[in-house]
Design a protein around this ligand. Structure first.
Ligand code: DER
Length: 234
């Protein structure tokens, strides 16, 4: 599909620009990253690059092993050169909403360990204001025993509904790779001014593990258009 053309174009351009020999690379989660891993594997083979990859989810780990890339972790390589990951929305200040795929906790940890955090996305993700396109709210990972009180606290904080994310092919809630639940937190317009503050307020709620708000983390974003063109934002 034309969206896939955009994903592939953004992913390929980012890997071509940033991947170098002897790097320790964080691998994000979702569908766009698949194209990045394909390009990484191609370059590793063609150029005989020495790359070790740290996953941000079980899905990312599968991608790394399926493409016969060297699997590492933060105990072996705690300082990464580069992380490449997707996003659900990117605003003009490079604030991200992530977590559509439910992997935000390890994604944020791995992103925080890297020199450069590069985001790859199809053009739908490029928005003026967070919430313009991604109508599913801010994903927040919570400790299961706390999800009900946290739901109430986040709804009054954000002015919208915090919805427990239910699994599609399993009865009951989505359980993350870390054994937790996810609340998709809708917010009222007035919250859109200071995402740094909103993120800290959510994080201060006992029971919250982390949020899908990635504030002041991304270094550069690659957007791919449906006709395969790429634009970037710093
Ligand atoms: O869940 C996540 O954070 C993913 O990275 C997501 O934001 C991007 O997924 P996509 O590449 O499938 O759109």
């Amino acid at each position: 599909s034309s969206i896939e053309i955009g994903k592939k174009a953004a992913a390929t351009a980012a890997v071509n620009d940033w991947l170098k020999d002897n790097q320790k690379v964080g691998i994000g989660s979702g569908s766009t990253i698949v194209y990045a891993v394909e390009r990484i594997a191609e370059r590793v083979k063609n150029e005989n690059l020495k790359i070790s990859c740290v996953p941000t989810s079980f899905q990312a780990k599968q991608l790394i092993t399926e493409h016969e890339l060297t699997l590492s972790d933060l105990e072996r390589t705690p300082e990464l050169d580069l992380v490449i990951d997707g996003a659900d929305e990117v605003d003009k200040d490079l604030v991200l909403i992530k977590g559509g795929g439910g992997c935000l906790v390890q994604e944020k940890i791995v992103a925080s360990c890297a020199k450069d955090f590069i985001v790859i996305a199809d053009e739908r993700k490029d928005v003026k204001k967070l919430g313009d396109n991604w109508k599913k709210g801010i994903p927040v990972e919570v400790i299961p025993m706390a999800y009900l009180p946290v739901k109430g606290k986040l709804e009054s904080l954000l002015g919208g509904e915090a919805i427990l994310r239910l699994a599609k092919s399993k009865a009951g809630p989505v359980v993350t790779d870390n054994g937790n639940f996810i609340l998709d937190c809708h917010f009222s317009d007035c919250m859109k001014d200071d995402w740094y503050k909103v993120n800290l307020q959510i994080l201060a709620t006992p029971g919250v593990v982390d949020t899908g708000l990635f504030v002041k983390m991304a270094n550069k974003v690659y957007f791919g258009t449906t006709d395969g063109k790429v634009t970037t934002r710093l």
